[in-house]
Design a protein around this ligand. Structure first.
Ligand code: BTX
Length: 247
């Protein structure tokens, strides 16, 4: 429970020393009818990224999934993923790590002139187009993790590596959950704070979308999380895709 973990969080906490995947466990709880639960683990033995990729989750990280049942249509859910990125970026900044957000939800920090990944976010949901049944937002934070324990080609780093000292995981987790809970309920506030931390806006980007590549200047983010790109000829609104910063 939240009390057992020493967290005064707006959700009930189910803590595991080790679990295959907090997202998988949260989905199980969703199938049992639960809501407003956070599954939290010190280590994941089968952590997952998008498209069934592996998410390395050694002991010392903050691996968590928030299960909730918002009264929103499917199309509104990207804003929760942005809210998670905002919550972690804010907590990192409070802890002295200048985190930035790359569209849509990569939380990065610059190390030796290169943007390195601190966090991965995986949102899953079920329900009808006009109303979701549940949403699970999985947040993987490389907190007190040796980057050598992470895949070398992933361009990863950790809070402890950037700070040169471990972070207080309990406090960090609490701040992330508080911000997610408060900001996440207000889409305009999410977009405003996202703009404040964004490293993508004002940059030249190339986005690999199902309909082909789009290249141009990223000028804004729009509800529920689309990037507005000025291609020189027109402004296009991109809902999803892999984004590269070109300069
Ligand atoms: P993604 O598909 O964007 O990123 C996955 C890729 O990131 C991998 O292919 C690998 O290259 C790289 N990678 C793997 N582990 C790490 C790491 N620890 N740090 C940085 N880079 C890494 C991003 O997927 C979504 C990840 C969500 C993880 C959370 S943890 C809690 C919850 N439970 C669960 O199983 N997944 C989520």
């Amino acid at each position: 429970s939240a009390v057992a973990y020493g967290l005064d969080a707006p959700f009930e906490i189910e803590y595991h020393d080790a679990v295959p995947s907090t997202n998988a466990r949260a989905r199980e709880l969703a199938d049992e009818g639960a809501s407003d639960v956070v599954v939290l683990a010190d280590e994941q033995t089968g952590g997952r990224g998008r498209l069934d990729r592996t998410w390395h989750s050694p002991s010392g990280g903050i691996w968590l999934s928030v299960l909730f049942r918002p009264d929103v249509p499917m199309a509104a859910t990207p804003v929760f993923t942005l809210a998670a990125a905002v919550a972690v970026a804010r907590a990192a900044r409070e802890a002295g790590v200048e985190a930035v957000i790359k569209w849509p939800n990569d939380v990065l920090v610059e190390v030796d002139g290169e943007e390195r990944k601190l966090v991965g976010i995986l949102t899953e949901m079920e329900g009808e187009a006009d109303r979701v049944s549940w949403v699970v937002v999985g947040i993987g934070i490389n907190a007190n993790v040796d980057p050598a324990a992470l895949p070398s080609d992933a361009g990863a780093t950790s809070l402890s590596a950037v700070k040169g000292a471990p972070v207080d995981r309990r406090r960090f987790t609490q701040r992330v959950l508080e911000t997610f809970d408060t900001v996440g309920a207000d889409p305009e506030a999410v977009l405003d704070e996202w703009r404040e931390y964004a490293s993508t806006l004002g940059r030249r980007v190339r986005i690999d979308t199902p309909g082909g590549d789009i290249t141009g200047e990223a000028v804004d983010i729009e509800y529920p999380g689309s990037l507005v790109v000025d291609t020189g000829e027109e402004r296009v609104t991109v809902a999803a895709g892999d984004c590269d910063h070109l300069r």
